[in-house]
Design a protein around this ligand. Sequence first.
Ligand code: G6Q
Length: 541
Amino acid sequence: MNPTETKVWAELEAHFIELKQLTIAELFALDPSRGKQFAYDAPYWHVNLAKQRLTEETLKLLLRLAKEQGVQAEARAMFRGERINQTENRAVLHTALRQMGGEDLIVEGENITAQVRAVLGRMEVFCAKVHGGELVGHTGKPLRSVVNIGIGGSDLGPLMVYEALRYYALEGIRVEFVSNIDATHLVETLKGLDPEETLFIIASKTFTTQETLTNARSAKEWLLRGLRAGEEAVAKHFCALSTNLEKVEEFGIAKENIFGFWDWVGGRYSLTSAIGLSLMLGLGVENFHALRKGFYAMDRHFLEAEEEENLPLILALVGLWNNNFFGAESLAILPYDQYLHRFPAYLQQGDMESNGKAVDRQGNPVRYQTGPIIWGEPGTNGQHAFYQLIHQGTKLIPCDFIGFARPLNPLGDHHKKLMSNFFAQQQALAFGRTEAEARAMGIKEEVLPYRVFSGSRPTTCLLAEQLTPESLGALIALYEHKIFCQGILWNLDSFDQWGVELGKELAGQILPLLAGGKESVPSDSALAEVLEYYFKKQNHE
Ligand code: G6Q
C-alpha cells in the first residue's frame, strides 16, 4: 500500500500542522528532558534524535505507519530469503553473507550458509597464500600490490571500507581501486606499480560491465607488456569476483582464481561477499571477519529489537518525517572522521540507487516524495565550505553527524577540537542565534539581519566509541536497513536499478558513432551540434 493511503497518514498530516509551528528551541523549552528521551542504543552506536523536529507523539504516529506498512514482516521475509526484489524476481540476502551464528539458512532447498562459508573459506586460503608468499607472480616475486578493478557496487563498498580502515591495514601490501573508464584512472594508478608484484582483481557481478572489462583488458596488456610474457602469465596475476563464471573463463582467468557469489547479492550490498576480497587481502582475514561481526550485530538488532527501540526503523521514520512532511529534499552525511571520507559517496549509491524510484511495487507512479538526495563531506572541512547554506540558506537540510569518542590517532588536542566542532555545529543548527542574542553580543544594527540564525534545522547525532571494523560494519548495516525500511514505507522495490541499466544501454548506442565505424545520424540536433565540435577538435581544426 502507498503510505498516503494508510489510516494514520491523515493523522500525521494533522499532527504536522501543529508541530511545524514549534521550533527546536521551543521543543526543548517545553520539555527540557528531551535530550534523554530521544537517545537510542544499538550495537556499537549511540544515537540522539532530540534535535529533530519531533515529539513523542510524532514517533508514535510514525511507528503506526510502520505497522500498517508491515515493515517488520517484510524484514523477516528478506532475512528468510523470499523473493522480495519483485522486478528481478530475486531474493535479497546480503544478511546471509555476514550471518555468524544460528542455524544454516536454507532457501528453496539450497543451503545458503554453507555456500557463503565455502567461498569465504576459499578466500581465506587464497589470502593466506598471498600473505605468506606462497602465491607468487609469473617471475616468482611475491604479490605486494593489489588493484581492484570494478565500478559501482563492485568498487564503492570495498574502496570506502579500505579507506575507513586504513589504520588497520596490513603492512607490506597495498590496495588500489580503479573504476572509471577514463584511462586516467588506470594509467595514474599503475604508475609506480611493478607488474611482477601486481595482482589484479576483476570485480564484476555480471562480468559484462563496459568500464570494468575495458579496464581489465588494458590492465592485462600492461601486465603482459611489462613482464614480456604471453597469456600464460595471466593465471598468476589475475583473479575474478563474479556470478558469471562462463564470461570470466572466456577472459582467461584460471578457474581456481574465481570467487563466486550469487544473484541474491545486490551490487551495492555486496562488500561482505567475494567482492570484499581486496579488503581481506589489504586488511587481513581477522579484520574482514570483525567487519562482518559488526554487520551481523546490527542485523540481529534490526531483526530482534522492539519497534520503539529499533534504530534502523526509527532513523527511517525520522527521515520520512523530514522528507514527506517538512519537504526536505536532501540529507547531508557529515562524518567527523577523516578515515570516513568516502562514506557519503558510498551511501549516495546505497540510498539513491535503492530508493531513487517513482513507481511503486504495484507498477503505478507514486504521488509522494521518495528517496532523498544524499551528499556530504567529512567535518570539519565542510564547515569551511557548504555549511553556510545549511545554517542560513533557504533550504532545509537535515544532517547526520557521525563521530567517535576515541580517536585512532591521538595527537595533541586535535580530537578534542574536532569533536567540539562536532557538538557545536549541532547546537548551532538547532538553536541558531536570535536578534536579541546578536544585539547582546554587540553586533551593529546595520549587519544584524545577516548575523541572525533561524536555527530549527534538524540533526541526528551518531556516536560510537571508536572507528573499528566492528563499529564500521554496524554503521553500514544501520544505513542499509534504514534504506530497506524506507523502501517499504514508500512501497518501492529498493533492490532493482533500472536507471543504471539504461545508462549501460545508451553508452553502447553512441560508441559506434565515436569510433567512426558506422555511418549513423545522431538522433537529436544538440548531439549533432556538439559532435561536430568534438570531431573538429579531434582533428585539431
Ligand atoms: C549496484 C548496481 C551497480 C553495479 C555496477 C557494476 O547495486 O547494480 O552499481 O554494481 O553497475 O556491475 P557489475 O558488478 O556487474 O560489473
